[in-house]
Each structure stands twice: as structure tokens, then as C-alpha cells.
Write a protein that binds this ligand. Structure first.
Ligand SMILES: *[C@@H]1O[C@H](CO)[C@@H](O)[C@H](O)[C@H]1NC(C)=O
Length: 363
């Protein structure tokens, strides 16, 4: 046999060793699968054979190292497997800590399976390359791991629509790359970390529908990339800090359904915010007469507060006001005519002390 044979044999051996997924990654995936039960679609039927990088549904590997890099299991998707079954996904069971043995994992998405319960494994915070953790739409309980701040590469943290309790871990402020934080609709309690402003890369902070107490931290003003802040339907108290005018790209500010008191900061009406919902709080005093040509609101909802005095004249100077809701306050006086008032109906003005004029009764 010539040299050529040996060379070919060695190349073949090397190629096989490089393409198959490591047995330890395969074993971790099988242990992860064993803790889940997916009765309708059979997605785990594809998890067979020795090469977990090849055709295992929702699993992908780094092409060079052949280590498992992504687990992407979505219960609501347009994948043919769902269309064939004519249904969305449903899965029970829990997320096995075995997933933490996949120490090259960069994204872990287990979304919208509706029935997965149990906690987020605490060991998840030891995955050094994790960038995306998306567990939206399950029945996950327990707290966000206290050491979440160890995930220095994390850009997306989405655990919305679960049953998560406990506080927002203080360590979260160490997630210097975090861009998208979605904790909506859980049972998270405690206060917002006062150092939240250290999340310099954050562009969306969605925390509505929890049991968060305390004040809005003024450090938020430092998050100059923040475009969407949703703190609605919590138990936030204190006043609206006068910081939002300093935030260059903030366009949506939802603080509705809290226990916020005091007055509306005048500068807020001249800021870049275009969707503003302050409904259902304890705001009082007058609506500041500070609208200007820069004021552009697709939505401004101030309903269900204790605002008094007249509707400010400057509102007609605003460049645009789409939906305006002032109902259920203590406002008084004539409703101005002209834009934006000509396209609003009575429901925007009802239940006030003595507003009058079109579209209400004449004065
Ligand atoms: C503002 O928030 C209230 C209370 O959460 C909600 O009912 C209302 O629909 C919101 N307004 C708009 C215009 O979305």
C-alpha cells in the first residue's frame, strides 16, 4: 500500500472527527429532551443519530468547532412541521440543567410552548458565550437567577409571559451589552435597580404587568439608546422624574396603571416621546401649557388621573396629536376648537368637572 492510502485514511479520520458533534454535547441534548414532553408535532423525533449537528430540529452548531451553538425551539412558527399539524406548539416538562453542559451555547430560545414549567436553571449564568435567552410564553416559575449579570455577552433577555416571581436581580446592571429586556406579564416584585442606567446598550425595556414597586430610577436618563420604556401596570410610586426630555431616541413611554403622583413634568410635552400613556395613576395639577411645534404625539392618554384646570391652549401648536384621552379627570373649561380637537369624540373628554363645547354639550 502506498503513501496515498495512509494520507487518505488520515484525512477521512480527521474529517469524521471534525464533522460529528461531540458525544458530550449529544448527551446533554438528550438529557435536555428527556425533561420535556412534546405530544403533537414530534419535533424531537428528529433528534436521532450520532451527529447532533445534522438535522436535529432546532439545533445548530458552530461549523468549525461542531459544538452546539444554538437551540431554537419556537412553539409558534411558520415551519412546515406546524402547518402539517394545523396547530401551534404545546410542550410540558421543564428546562433541564443539562443544558448548562453545552458550554458553547450562544442562543437558547424555548418560546411559546405554553406548558413548560419549573424554574430557569440557575447554572445558565455559567454559559460564557450566551447572547440570547428567550423563554417567552411558557409557565416558568421561580426567580430570575441572581447571578444573571455574569452573562457579559447577553444582548436579549426575554422571559415575558411566564409566572416568574422574586425581584429583578441587582446584578442585571452588569449586562453591558443588553439591548432588549422583556420581563412583561410575570409576578416580578421589588424595586427597579437604582443603577439601571448602567445598561448603556439597552433600547427596549419592557417590564409591564408585574408587581414592581418604588420609584423610577433617574439613572435611566443615561441610557441614551433607549427608545421604548414600558413600566405600565405595576405598583410604581413617586413622581415622574424630569429626565425624559434628555433622552434622544425615547419614543414610547408607558407608565399607565401605577401609583404615580405629582405633576406632569412640563418638558415631557416637548420631548421626543410620541406615544405617552400616563393613564390610571394619581397625577394632579394642571396639564402643563408647554406643547410646542416639536410636540408630536400619535397617542397621549392622560385619562383616569386627578388633573385639574383647563385644557392648555398650546396644544393647538403641537405639530400632531393623534389619539388624545383626557377622560376621568377634574378638568374644566371650554374644549378648544380646531386641530386636534375636530377629530376626537366625546369619550376623550367625558367624566371631568366641567369641560364643555364640541364634542360635549355647548358651554
Ligand atoms: C393606556 O393605558 C390604559 C391602562 O393600562 C389602557 O387601558 C389604555 O388602553 C392605554 N391607552 C392607549 C391609547 O393605548
Amino acid at each position: 500500500m502506498g503513501v496515498g492510502f495512509y494520507v487518505t485514511a488520515i484525512l477521512l479520520a480527521v474529517a469524521t472527527a471534525v464533522t460529528a458533534c461531540p458525544p458530550s454535547d449529544r448527551a446533554a441534548l438528550l438529557a435536555f429532551r428527556a425533561a420535556l414532553h412534546e405530544p403533537y408535532l414530534g419535533i424531537f423525533d428528529t433528534w436521532t443519530g450520532t451527529d447532533c449537528c445534522h438535522n436535529w430540529y432546532g439545533v445548530s452548531c458552530d461549523p468549525e468547532t461542531r459544538r452546539v451553538a444554538d437551540i431554537n425551539l419556537r412553539g409558534e412558527s411558520e415551519d412546515p412541521i406546524f402547518e402539517k399539524a394545523h396547530r401551534t406548539g404545546f410542550m410540558t416538562g421543564s428546562i433541564s440543567p443539562a443544558v448548562c453542559q453545552l458550554d458553547r451555547l450562544s442562543s437558547l430560545t424555548i418560546a411559546d410552548w405554553k406548558g413548560i414549567s419549573g424554574p430557569i436553571p440557575r447554572c445558565i449564568t455559567s454559559l460564557p458565550f450566551l447572547r440570547i435567552l428567550d423563554l417567552i410564553g411558557n409557565r416558568i416559575t421561580g426567580a430570575i437567577p441572581a447571578s444573571i449579570g455574569m452573562l457579559r455577552d447577553l444582548t436579549v433577555l426575554n422571559v415575558a409571559d411566564n409566572i416568574i416571581t422574586g425581584p429583578i436581580p441587582l446584578s442585571i446592571v452588569n449586562l453591558g451589552r443588553l439591548m432588549h429586556l422583556d420581563l412583561r406579564n410575570n409576578k416580578i416584585s421589588g424595586q427597579l435597580p437604582s443603577q439601571l442606567g448602567r445598561l448603556r446598550m439597552l433600547s427596549r425595556a419592557l417590564l409591564s404587568g408585574n408587581q414592581i414597586t418604588g420609584k423610577i430610577p433617574i439613572s435611566i436618563a443615561n441610557i441614551y439608546r433607549l427608545s421604548d420604556l414600558d413600566l405600565s401596570r405595576n405598583r410604581i410610586s413617586g413622581q415622574i422624574p424630569d429626565i425624559f426630555v434628555r433622552m434622544p431616541v425615547l419614543s414610547t413611554l408607558n407608565l399607565d396603571g401605577n401609583m404615580i403622583a405629582g405633576q406632569i413634568p412640563p418638558s415631557l410635552l416637548k420631548s421626543g416621546v410620541s406615544i405617552l400613556n400616563l393613564s390610571r395613576n394619581g397625577l394632579e395639577g394642571m396639564i402643563p401649557d408647554e406643547f410646542g411645534p416639536r410636540s408630536y404625539f400619535t397617542v397621549i392618554d392622560l385619562s383616569y388621573n386627578k388633573l385639574s384646570g383647563p385644557i392648555p391652549h398650546s396644544i393647538s401648536v403641537a405639530s400632531y396629536i393623534g389619539h388624545l384621552d383626557l377622560a376621568h379627570n377634574q378638568l374644566c373649561g371650554p374644549i378648544p376648537s380646531g386641530a386636534p380637537f375636530d377629530h376626537l369624540d366625546a369619550s376623550s373628554f367625558v367624566y371631568n368637572s366641567c369641560l364643555c363645547g364640541k364634542p360635549l354639550k355647548s358651554c
